[in-house]
Design a protein around this ligand. Structure first.
Ligand code: GLU
Length: 549
C-alpha cells in the first residue's frame, strides 16, 4: 500500500509535520522540580467532589515547586456541552481557592497562554497533522463500516462469547486496498480514522501509575477510533497529543480512566511521545446508611457529591480544602495539627502519600474539621464569609441581620468565644450558623420545653423582670437571679441544695434555665447576660413577657 498517497488523499490540506508542532510548542523553561499539570474537564458545567479532589492534587503538585496548572476543555463530545461551562468550572474551583495559571478562560493573547488554543475543538488542525503522519506510517487507516454493520459484528461476537470490538479479523477495513479506499472516497462514503493496533492479546504492559505503583494491564488490541466522521478526534487521541504538546509532566485524574490506559499507552508509543506520569485517584467512598457497607459516592444517590451542595450550604472553602487534603495525603492531618497556623499551601504535598484505595468520605469528619477551621477565624472574617454566602445565595433574612454590623460582630464574638478563655467550636457551615444565631434576631419558638408548669414559669419571669436592671454587670445580674430564686423557694446556693434538695422547688440554675429558654428558646446557649445585652432590654422583656400570665 502506498501510505504516502493514502495520507495525501485523506489530508490534502495538511502541510505541517509533527516536527513543526514540536517547534511551535517547545519544551517549557521551568525550574528543575517544577511539574506541569492540568485539569481536562469536558464542558458539561458539572464538576463534582471527585473532580475537585483530583484537581486539588494537580494544583498542589504544580504549585508546590513553581510549576504550571492549566485548564484544557475537552469538548470532543459535542452532546455534553453546556453554555458558560468554562466560567462555571473556573468559578467552582476559585471558590476553593484553586487558580489556574494558564489555559481556557484566559484571553487568547495572554502572555502565559503559549500552548493554546486550550479548547480541543479549536485544535483540530493540530490533530490532523498527527493523523496524517500516522497514516503515512501505516499506523492508521480509514474505516467505512456503518453503524449497523458494526452492531451486527458486535452481536456475533457476543454470541460467540469473544471480546467485542473492532480488532483482528473483525477489523475488516484494515485490509482495504488503496483502490477500494479511493472508490469509497469518490462515492463520498463517510469514514472514521482508526489506529492499526499492534497489540497482542497474550501480552501485558507494565504501567507505573504515580499513585498506585506498578500495574500490569492487557495490551490494547482494538483499532480504536482516532478521528470521528466529522474529523473531530476522540478524547483518547486528542488528550495524548495535548498532554504532550502542552508539555504536561504529571496528571492526577479520576480512577475511571485507568481502564483506558492500555489505549493511551499504545497511542503515546505510536505517536513517538514520552508519556507523562499519570496517577489515578481512588474513588471517593461512603458508608451506605442502609447496608452499613462501603460504596462509591454516586451522582444519583448522594447530593454531597455535587460541589453546589457545599456552596449552597456555605461550607467554608478553607475547611473543605483541609478536609480534601486530609483525604489526599495521609500525613497532612498530622502536619496541620503540628502547625495549625501555617498556610496549608506550605504543606509538602506528595504523590507518594496519596490514598491508593477508596478514600472514605465522612461527613462527621468534615464537620469536625469545619468546627476547627472556623474557630480560627476572627469575627470580621466570619462576618465577611457569612455576607458572601448570604449574597450569593439570596438569603435576604440573613442579609437583614448582617445590616446591623456591630450587633452581628458581637454575636460572633460571643458565639465563637472570642476574648474568652477558650474559643468555642460550634460553627460548622453557613446554613447551620444562621440557624444557630437566629434567636439573636427573631424571637424563636420554644425548642426546649420548660421543666416547670406555666404558673411557676410565669412567677419566675415576673419576679425576675421586676428587679431587673439593665445597667448592672454580669455578677450583679447573677446575684439578682439568686435573689429571685430565694424569693420563690428555690435554693440560691448549690451546696445547700445538694444537701437537702427536698427542701426546695429547685435551684438557681433552674431559674436561669427558665429565663434562658424564655429568651433564646433553648436550654443551652452562650452567656445569657451577654445575650440580653446584644438583643437589648426591650427585646428581652418582650420575649419573656410572652410567658407571663
Ligand atoms: N475529559 C475527561 C473528563 O471529562 C478528562 C480525562 C483526563 O483527565 O484525562 O473527565
Amino acid at each position: 500500500m502506498d501510505n504516502k498517497r493514502l495520507a495525501q488523499l485523506l489530508f490534502p490540506d495538511v502541510t505541517a509535520t509533527p516536527e513543526d508542532m514540536e517547534k511551535r510548542f517547545p519544551e517549557r523553561d521551568l525550574p528543575k522540580k517544577a511539574e506541569v499539570t492540568r485539569m481536562g474537564p469536558s464542558p458539561t458545567g458539572f464538576i463534582h467532589l471527585g473532580n475537585l479532589y483530583s484537581a486539588l492534587a494537580d494544583e498542589r503538585i504544580a504549585h508546590r515547586n513553581g510549576g504550571v496548572f492549566y485548564l484544557r476543555i475537552e469538548d470532543t463530545d459535542e452532546k455534553r456541552k453546556v453554555d458558560g461551562a468554562v466560567d462555571i468550572i473556573i468559578n467552582a474551583l476559585r471558590y476553593f481557592n484553586i487558580e489556574f495559571d494558564e489555559g481556557a478562560g484566559f484571553p487568547d493573547d495572554a502572555p502565559n497562554n503559549q500552548y493554546g488554543p486550550y479548547v480541543q475543538r479549536q485544535r483540530v488542525d493540530i490533530y490532523h497533522v498527527y493523523a496524517k503522519d500516522l497514516v503515512e506510517k501505516g499506523l492508521a487507516y480509514p474505516c467505512f463500516c456503518e453503524e449497523d454493520a458494526l452492531e451486527k459484528v458486535r452481536q456475533e461476537q457476543e454470541e460467540a462469547k469473544v471480546l467485542t470490538g473492532y480488532y483482528g479479523k473483525y477489523a475488516t477495513c484494515r485490509n482495504l486496498t488503496l483502490e477500494q479506499i479511493e472508490e469509497n472516497l469518490k462515492a463520498n462514503k463517510p469514514y472514521v480514522l482508526r489506529l492499526r493496533s499492534n497489540g497482542d492479546p497474550e501480552k501485558e504492559i507494565t504501567f507505573v501509575d504515580s499513585i498506585k505503583g506498578e500495574i500490569k494491564l492487557p495490551e490494547n488490541i482494538h483499532d480504536v477510533v482516532l478521528l470521528k466522521k466529522d474529523g473531530v478526534p476522540t478524547y483518547h487521541f486528542a488528550h495524548a497529543i495535548d498532554d504532550h504538546l502542552m508539555r504536561t509532566t504529571v496528571v492526577i485524574r479520576g480512577g475511571e480512566w485507568l481502564a483506558s490506559v492500555p489505549i493511551h499507552y499504545e497511542l503515546f508509543h505510536v505517536l513517538g511521545f514520552k508519556m507523562p506520569k499519570y496517577g489515578h485517584t481512588a474513588h471517593l467512598m461512603k458508608i451506605d446508611e442502609e447496608t452499613g457497607g462501603k460504596r462509591k459516592l454516586s451522582k444519583r444517590k448522594d447530593p454531597e457529591l455535587s460541589l453546589d451542595y457545599y456552596r449552597k450550604d456555605g461550607y467554608h472553602p478553607l475547611a473543605m480544602k483541609v478536609y480534601l487534603l486530609t483525604l489526599l495525603n495521609s500525613n497532612f492531618e498530622e502536619w496541620h495539627e503540628k502547625y495549625p497556623d501555617k498556610d496549608i499551601n506550605e504543606f509538602p504535598f506528595s504523590i507518594d502519600k496519596m490514598n491508593q484505595s477508596g478514600a472514605l468520605f465522612d461527613k462527621d469528619k468534615l464537620h469536625s474539621i469545619c468546627k476547627n477551621e472556623l474557630s480560627k477565624l476572627s469575627e470580621y472574617e466570619m462576618y465577611d464569609f457569612m455576607e458572601d454566602w448570604a449574597k450569593n445565595n439570596d438569603k435576604t433574612e440573613v442579609l437583614e441581620w448582617l445590616s446591623d454590623k456591630e450587633k452581628m460582630l458581637n454575636v460572633f464574638r460571643l458565639c465563637m468565644g472570642i476574648g474568652q478563655k477558650r474559643r468555642r467550636k460550634d460553627f460548622e457551615y453557613a446554613t447551620q450558623i444562621a440557624d444557630m444565631i437566629r434567636y439573636f434576631f427573631v424571637a424563636e419558638e420554644i425548642k426546649d420545653s420548660f421543666k416547670f408548669d406555666e404558673d411557676t414559669v410565669s412567677d419566675i419571669i415576673k419576679t425576675y423582670l421586676a428587679s431587673y436592671n439593665h445597667e448592672e454587670d454580669n455578677s450583679a445580674w447573677f446575684n439578682k437571679l439568686k435573689e429571685t430564686a430565694e424569693k420563690l423557694g428555690f435554693a440560691s446556693d448549690m451546696k445547700a441544695y445538694k444537701a437537702n434538695p427536698e427542701n426546695y422547688k429547685g435551684n438557681v440554675s433552674d431559674i436561669a434555665e427558665v429565663i434562658r429558654i424564655g429568651v433564646t428558646g433553648m436550654a443551652n446557649s452562650p452567656d445569657l447576660w451577654t445575650i440580653n445585652h446584644i438583643i437589648g432590654e426591650d427585646e428581652m422583656r418582650a420575649r419573656l413577657t410572652r410567658f407571663v400570665k
